[in-house]
Design a protein. Structure first.
Lengths: 110, 109
């Protein structure tokens, strides 16, 4: 079983819709991250959390919100999706000097 | 803030050695990381440097010079499966990671 899972793996939606991307981990790590990846821009940090009561904005948090429901779960929401939020989204957990990435969610906003 | 630069693309031949450079400008530094990412897959951790010098790990080595804001990833005895993107990332004192744009490496037979 994968240590970091993301659902859904692919999603196509329309402008203005609310979307939630979910991330779960079985690694027992306190640190969790949400990134988006766009061609030529690398990974950019959206939000991060160091424990259940800790939520922090990353480089590009506008238009996104998150919820850390438990140590193992970290959800990313797009309240009103827009086309430039079309991207590959990765969740990651952190422990020591490593990050462990989920398989990614490919989101398309039409 | 942080700014990280890497070449966009590189090509090398199977069995050869390739060096992928990374330069960074940061307001804080707590380690430099290299990740490998195959197309359509998640990044996977390759190496970590926090002190100056060379870290060797099998066919992969990573070098850091903090005074120059410079790192490189050295891949020896290239194999076809090494065709991937290589991401340089800097961790800041707040434990956050800033990634470079990635270098797409193509290994040719």
């Amino acid at each position: 079983d994968a240590d970091v899972t993301q659902t859904p793996r692919n999603r196509i939606t329309k402008t203005g819709k609310r979307i939630m991307l979910e991330c779960s981990q079985t690694k027992g790590h306190d640190r969790m991250y949400w990134y988006r990846q766009d061609p030529g821009l690398g990974l950019r940090l959206i939000y991060y959390s160091f424990d259940v009561k800790d939520i922090n904005k990353g480089e590009i948090s506008d238009g996104y919100s998150v919820s850390r429901q438990a140590q193992a779960k970290f959800s990313l929401s797009l309240e009103s999706a827009i086309p430039n939020q079309t991207a590959l989204y990765f969740c990651a957990t952190g422990m020591g000097n490593e990050q462990f990435f989920g398989p990614g969610t490919r989101l398309t906003v039409l | 803030g942080q700014n990280i630069d890497q070449p966009t693309e590189m090509t090398a031949t199977e069995g050869a050695i390739v060096q992928i450079n990374c330069t960074y400008q940061t307001s804080g530094f707590n380690g430099l990381f290299w990740y490998q990412q195959h197309a359509g897959e998640a990044p996977t951790f390759l190496s970590y440097n926090v002190l100056d010098g060379l870290e060797e790990k099998g066919r992969f080595s990573s070098f850091l010079s903090r005074s120059k804001g410079y790192s490189y990833l050295l891949l020896k005895e290239l194999q076809m499966k090494d065709s991937a993107s290589y991401l340089c990332a800097v961790r800041d004192p707040g434990q956050n990671f800033v990634f470079g744009p990635g270098t797409r490496l193509s290994v040719l037979p």
